[in-house]
Design a binder for this molecule. Structure first.
Ligand code: MFK
Length: 228
């Protein structure tokens, strides 16, 4: 069986932590699919580990097997977090992102869809996201909303950071299928005011509003970088 070489190391220019990386889009897509496949299985592992009732000896044997797999992955590693990269076609990838990272088994992952009014995402949260019994952890709700609100504020044309995020937990959010929605309420200079919600089949469980700010001078312009 042949194996492909590791994803290429590239010379990179950095803008506010965002890294210009000229890996061609098809290669990015290919590697992303490979890592997403691994993350999907690790996500299954996390759920299985939480819910297992196998005996202690079996747990110890599985732990030892997993330690061997960790060693194999550690054979070649990035020196730090995956970061956010983009190429000249503005194909961006943030494989370690806590909410949408394709390679991150901690991320649900959220698949954010842009629509006429902002963004939405349908997600199914399982045992790994529990806070109160059977309910989503409040911090997880905030994390997911923060992300979809940030994407909404950025509107695929600017980068914004969360300045202030306010949550209203109306009732418990059950684990299972959920829908997130976010839209821009108004803009004032570099400040973008965003509203958002999480809903289950019976309606809204969490509401949020936030102020997202476009830091002065933070722009991603690949043309500028190429000619620099
Ligand atoms: C395309 C990719 C999309 C990815 C989406 C990912 C979503 C994920 C979102 C996140 O998790 S971001 C990470 C969490 N947030 C941070 O780490 C932000 C840390 N804080 C900062 O970097 C800066 O404080 C910040 C960019 C928020 C503001 O710095 P600035 O130097 O640009 O603000 P400045 O002091 O110039 O103020 C500009 C305006 O914003 C207002 N402002 C500043 N900080 C604020 C704040 N924290 N909350 C509300 N308003 C704020 C400030 O009053 C002023 O209002 P006016 O124009 O009306 O005078």
């Amino acid at each position: 069986m042949t194996s492909r070489p590791p994803f290429p190391e590239v010379s990179a220019l950095s803008i506010g932590g965002f890294v210009r990386d000229d890996t061609p889009t098809p290669e990015v897509d290919r590697r992303e699919a490979v890592l997403a496949s691994l993350a999907g299985t690790v996500r299954e592992l996390v759920d299985a580990a939480i819910r297992t009732t196998v005996d202690d000896g079996e747990v110890h044997r599985i732990r030892d097997d997993l330690a061997g797999l960790v060693d194999r992955l550690r054979a070649s590693q990035l020196p730090g977090p995956a970061g956010v990269r983009f190429n000249g076609e503005m194909r961006a990838w943030n494989w370690g992102n806590a909410v949408v990272g394709a390679a991150n088994a901690i991320a649900p992952p959220l698949e954010v869809v842009h629509d006429a009014s902002g963004c939405h995402a349908d997600v199914v949260l399982g045992a790994a996201y529990e806070g109160p019994p059977g309910l989503v952890h409040g911090g997880v709700s905030a994390m997911l909303l923060d992300h979809i609100m940030g994407v909404t504020a950025s509107a695929m044309r600017r980068t914004t950071f969360t300045g202030t995020l306010t949550m209203r937990y109306r009732r418990g959010t059950p684990l299972g299928p959920l829908r997130l929605e976010a839209s821009i309420a108004r803009e004032e200079g570099r400040k973008v005011f965003v509203v958002a919600s999480i809903a289950d089949a019976d309606g809204v469980t969490v509401e949020a509003d936030g102020i997202f700010i476009e830091p002065a001078g933070l722009r991603i312009d690949p043309q500028e970088q190429t000619s620099a």
